[in-house]
Write a protein that binds this ligand. Structure first.
Ligand code: ZN
Length: 145
């Protein structure tokens, strides 16, 4: 793919997820919940997670407001972590952090899939917080289990 094609794809995927977020809404209790905000940008995320008996993420939903990057990243995250174990989700979070911070290669790029399209934010330190917001909320929610 040429850099131009990649940039177009990046914009299409981000726009699509920010306009039509997947897994929006709340999960009724019992479930895990975390709230995250990013005051420098005004982004907010509320995340709900339900685990099955084997520590797999059976369901995950979010509500939120803020910039396109924060909401698209949250939407893309919910799609990718659903059905994964909490351990897998934690290593995906670390891999995603590497991608958006330009901090070395992810260990499992395939697991991240289209999330790697967000690597463009590494040039914009303020945007890294936007992209990581939902993942920080996921970490918080899972710590509460
Ligand atoms: Zn933001």
């Amino acid at each position: 793919m040429s850099p131009e094609e990649l940039r177009d794809l990046y914009q299409q995927v981000i726009l699509d997820h920010s306009r039509k977020p997947r897994n929006q809404g709340e999960i009724p209790p019992p479930c895990l919940h975390a709230h995250g905000d990013n005051p420098s940008c005004g982004d907010e995320i509320d995340l709900w997670v339900r685990l099955d008996g084997q520590n797999r993420i059976e369901d995950v939903k979010f509500t939120g407001q803020g910039c396109a990057i924060s909401q698209a990243s949250a939407s893309m995250m919910t799609v990718k972590v659903k059905g994964r174990s909490t351990t897998e989700a934690a290593s995906m979070r670390e891999d995603f952090r590497r991608v958006v911070m330009g901090d070395g290669k992810p260990q499992d790029e395939d697991a991240l899939g289209e999330l790697t399209l967000l690597e463009g934010v590494q040039k914009f330190p303020q945007r890294v917080k936007c992209a990581m917001l939902a993942w920080r909320a996921l970490e918080q929610a899972l710590e509460g289990k």
